[in-house]
Ligand binder design. Structure first.
Ligand SMILES: *Cc1c(COP(=O)(O)O)cnc(C)c1O
Length: 487
């Protein structure tokens, strides 16, 4: 028989969609995904197999049964790929606490509970229990913010970018805002101060130089079109060395004298002083208010440690104008956000934040505490490896070592903060660092880690204790699989 007719006879033995649907894998998948989806996926799996056969990658003598097995295997791979594309929880072993790509702040227990409770019924979103009438949307969360920051009033929108846009649209439109050149930053994720200004219809007036701006620079830029003096926290970078910047209270005095609004975009917005943890130049919101800022914006899911939200605090007359701006209607948040943000803010009010807000707990963990966790993890893991059922593999194909290193705050906060940590450095005898990292990333749940100098590094600072077991299980699975392949 010619090669071509061999292939043709092979293709005739390709399993039908019906027969693939009868396999164990297809039946299990159709229970969760439904018949339509499993049929489409099975068809695609058979097509993949056909392409493989035509390209001659497979043996030409395959039986019908063997082809069905191959199709089922292809289907299983496709299902795994589909599952990987799902929105899902991951384990963050990168040591970057506010990891924007991984969803920034993990929530406190009380915040999770509040979400669940609010989601499963009705709530007081815009309802006043005292009068039985319509109430102000999100009042409880706003009052907590006032209490915690010392501001007269507060407003919550979708994120800090929305908050900045709202403030500039209301107060800057058609006029000018004065900003130091050293603060015209890009925060990442496309938030650029000059672009937000332009979108809001505010003309940007840059003053000073990249490294030095003086009060006099602000003074000289003020004219009859000036509406705002703007201060932006540079967040993800620092200018160090020969620098100068007027203090917020100096700017506040100037703004008052000239009847202007002083607006600070504080970005990461710490509610408490975190200088003890190396975050000495993170603006504390209450200090900005005390220094005389008229309006301050910050994120809910950075150092505050809550859900995505943009928080505006400041003078009552300013907040009330923002509330009346039609844009607010487009930028306002859902009941779920109010529920979880209120619960998070209550933790601060009860002064339990260091123990209960995950971001702050991770931040305040000492290197020695992490070293203890790493030691415990490694010794338990070694016990598990030695009692592994598949004893034909010698334990020790995966080498775990302790290594000193640094965690990061992330989320565009405190780029200079160096959090000392103890890392687990992994080396596999037969897998490269890239392959091991890939296998961890493709585990369920996915484990995200970093690679340095050809080693996979796990930082337990950002791993919850309950997740350590999952990491150990994933490593054991990888060990078994690679041993199997080496067979
Ligand atoms: C992070 C940040 C923003 C953007 O905040 P989002 O909540 O992500 O919209 C804006 N300004 C500053 C200074 C920031 O640090």
């Amino acid at each position: 028989m010619s090669e071509e007719s061999k292939t043709n006879s092979l293709l005739r033995r390709l399993p039908s969609v019906e027969s693939v649907l009868k396999t164990e894998t297809a039946r299990a998948f159709s229970e969760s995904a439904g018949l339509k989806r499993v049929t489409e996926t099975a068809r695609a799996a058979i097509e993949d197999l056909r392409v493989q056969l035509v390209s001659g990658e497979t043996d030409n003598e395959l039986s019908r049964e063997r082809l069905l097995e191959l199709a089922e295997k292809q289907l299983a791979e496709k299902i795994e790929n589909l599952n990987r594309q799902k929105f899902q929880r991951v384990i963050n072993a990168t040591g970057v606490i506010i990891h924007t790509n991984l969803g920034r702040a993990p929530l406190a227990e009380a915040a999770k509970k509040a979400i669940l409770e609010t989601a499963s019924g009705y709530c007081t979103l815009e309802y006043d229990l005292e009068t039985g009438e319509r109430g102000r949307r999100g009042r409880a969360a706003e009052e907590l913010l006032c209490e915690l920051t010392g501001a007269e009033a507060a407003l919550i929108v979708n994120n800090c970018a929305a908050a900045a846009f709202l403030v500039l649209s209301e107060f800057g439109k058609g006029g000018e805002a004065v900003v130091s050149r050293g603060e015209l930053v890009e925060i990442g994720g496309d938030f650029r101060v000059p672009d937000v200004m332009a979108q809001s219809g505010t003309r940007l007036v840059e003053v000073g130089t990249t490294n030095r701006t003086k009060l006099r620079d602000f003074e000289q830029a003020i004219n009859e079109n000036t509406k705002l003096l703007v201060r932006v926290h540079p967040s993800n970078f620092r200018i160090i060395g020969f620098t100068a910047m007027p203090s917020l209270s100096e700017l506040a005095k100037l703004a008052r004298e000239r009847d202007l609004i002083l607006y600070e975009d504080a970005g990461s917005g710490a509610l408490v002083d975190l200088s003890r943890y190396g975050l000495s130049d993170e603006p504390v919101i209450s200090e900005s208010i005390r220094a005389g800022a008229d309006v301050v914006t910050f994120s809910g899911d950075k150092l505050l440690g809550g859900v995505q939200a943009g928080i505006v605090v400041g003078r009552e007359r300013i907040i009330e104008r923002l509330r009346k701006n039609p844009l607010y209607r487009a930028l306002r948040v859902d009941k779920i956000v109010y529920a979880s943000l209120s619960a998070t803010l209550e933790i601060y009010r009860n002064e339990k934040h260091l123990a209960e807000i995950p971001v702050l707990r991770m931040l305040s963990q000492t290197k020695e505490e992490i070293r203890d966790r790493v030691g415990q993890f490694c010794s338990e893991f070694k016990v598990q490896v030695s009692s592994m059922e598949n004893q034909n593999s010698e334990p020790g194909t995966l080498n775990l070592e302790l290594a000193e290193g640094f965690s990061a705050i992330g989320g565009g906060s405190a780029p200079l903060a160096r959090l000392e940590t103890v890392l687990i450095s992994l080396q596999h005898e037969r897998l490269s660092a890239k392959e091991l990292e890939n296998a961890l990333r493709k585990s369920a749940p996915p484990i995200i880690c970093r690679i340095a100098e050809d080693k996979v590094l796990l930082d337990l600072r950002t791993v919850f204790e309950s997740e350590e077991m999952e990491i150990a299980a994933a490593l054991l699975r990888i060990l078994k699989q690679t041993d199997f392949f080496q067979g």
